[in-house]
Design a protein around this ligand. Structure first.
Ligand code: PMP
Length: 450
């Protein structure tokens, strides 16, 4: 079986230039490889050794400051003091599992559900996005009595046995579940609109049904992050989700990427499209670095699973995790981060689109709030993906102290997704660095390949 990987490998360290690294970093890489084994990837040909973070910035072991344009885990900012204080306070008071009464989990559940449509009226807690998706798929399969799940062609939904089988982004070394069907994500740059997407969803459902698996769920990250950051226009997914419902399936909105104000246009990615999911999975930004995840559901969807199977997750929903979650919601509200993401995201998008006009190898610049895809192509007419250019641009940005990476089936889309602490004053650093990086990498290419 070939073990070529795609998205997980695109920007990874290969060790070619290890001789040029500082001795301390080289030793740390060696110890890491020895002790952790070969599954772990490091970003960059010259890996970054980080020691500290604040807001949208991180610092390496040599004291160099970087602009973080990649991180949606510490979504409200690195080491946000409100989260640090809430976690510290609760850690000093009590931390235990969910089999005792505690106000924290109930208060947070109430607060979290208030951000969602009224139909979603129950929530369960775990620690990672993988666990949330794993549970949601099981819930949908029990609720529908069917097996089949549809995901997009380059989706990533997690690392458990179940969710890795629903994650083609892991590459050809990862066997896909026999009950999964893949559909191409909608991509308006390449002329794939909501109607084309809905028609592919319909065909995939029919295939699942005719193969005897039945249709349980359509599981999607509505900003299609690993498919290449494809926000599309608001409402684009309605037709597809209507089809899912007509055919008796569940729509599971994976909010690990677009949730918690990231897109600026709505608190949740599904809400950008005017959708009410049957199940919603949450992760990364939920605890701003503290491992918290959740699965919200309609009570009637959850009941067939939850009345037959108990659920216990040792760390999920513990008082410290709930304190972190509460603090994140407080900060998003108090600092107006939804409005901030929309406002700063629009200014940034416009500036990046100007770069697109200047450099002909920029095929498309698209985004919602502070989540922008910057697509690089070798031929703008043919829209030919240029992975090598994107990888060189990522390395050239790193030299200019801007951290990001790539996305998409061809690894040619720069994923620009800073912590929401990224301010208007940071735009110049990013845009100037990207402009210079493109100049540098395009000049280095042999004439004829430009
Ligand atoms: N869903 C999506 C859309 C993701 O991007 C990720 C993580 N990259 C996951 C699920 C899995 O989350 P975790 O790594 O916390 O298990």
């Amino acid at each position: 079986m070939p073990t070529r990987s795609t998205i997980m490998d695109t920007n990874s360290y290969r060790g070619d230039g290890s001789a040029a690294l500082p001795e301390a970093d080289r030793q740390l890489i060696e110890r890491r490889e020895q002790l952790l084994g070969p599954a772990y990837r490091l970003f960059y040909q010259k890996p970054v050794h980080l020691v500290r973070g604040e807001g949208a910035y991180v610092w390496d072991a040599h004291g160099t400051q970087y602009l973080d344009v990649y991180n949606n885990v510490v979504s409200i900012g690195h080491c946000h003091p409100a989260v640090v204080e809430a976690v510290e306070r609760q850690m000093r008071t009590l931390n235990t599992h969910t089999r005792y009464l505690h106000e924290g989990i109930v208060g947070y559940a109430d607060r979290l559900l208030a951000t969602m449509p009224a139909e979603l009226d129950q929530v369960m807690f775990m620690c990672t996005g993988s666990e949330a998706n794993d549970l949601a798929v099981r819930v949908a399969q029990v609720a529908t009595g069917a097996q089949g799940v549809i995901v997009t062609r380059e989706a990533y939904h997690g690392t458990s046995a179940l969710t890795s089988g629903l994650s083609p982004a892991l590459g050809s070394g990862q066997p896909l579940a026999d009950f999964v069907r893949l559909v191409e994500a909608p991509d308006t740059y390449r002329g794939r609109d909501g109607a084309a997407f809905a028609s592919d969803i319909k065909a995939a459902i029919e295939d699942l049904k005719s193969s005897g698996l039945g249709f349980a769920a359509f599981l999607a990250d509505s900003i299609f992050s690993s498919d290449g950051v494809l926000p599309g226009e608001q409402g684009m997914l309605r037709e597809a989700v209507d089809e899912v419902r007509r055919q008796g399936g569940m729509f599971i909105a994976d909010e690990v990427q677009p949730g918690f104000s990231r897109t600026g246009e709505a608190f949740w990615g599904f809400a950008r499209h005017g959708l009410v999911p049957d199940l919603v999975t949450l992760g990364k930004p939920m605890g701003n670095g503290f491992p918290v995840s959740g699965m919200a559901a309609r009570a009637d969807v959850l009941a067939p699973f939850a009345t037959t199977l108990p659920y216990f997750n040792t760390f999920g929903g513990n008082p410290v995790a709930m304190a972190a979650g509460q603090a994140v919601l407080d900060v998003i509200q108090q600092e107006g981060l939804l409005q901030h993401s929309l406002r700063v995201g629009r200014i940034l998008l416009a500036e990046l689109q100007k770069l697109g006009d200047k450099h002909e190898n920029v095929g498309d610049v698209r985004g919602a709030g502070l989540f922008i895809g910057f697509e690089l192509v070798s031929d703008p007419e043919a829209k030919t993906p240029d992975k090598q250019l994107a990888l060189k641009a990522v390395e050239a940005l790193r030299e200019r102290r801007v951290l990001t990476s790539v996305a998409g089936p061809h690894g040619n889309v720069l994923k620009l997704r800073p912590p929401l602490a990224f301010g208007e004053h940071d735009i110049d650093w990013l845009v100037t660095a990207l402009d210079e990086a493109l100049d540098a990498v395009l000049d280095k290419r042999p004439a004829g390949s430009r």
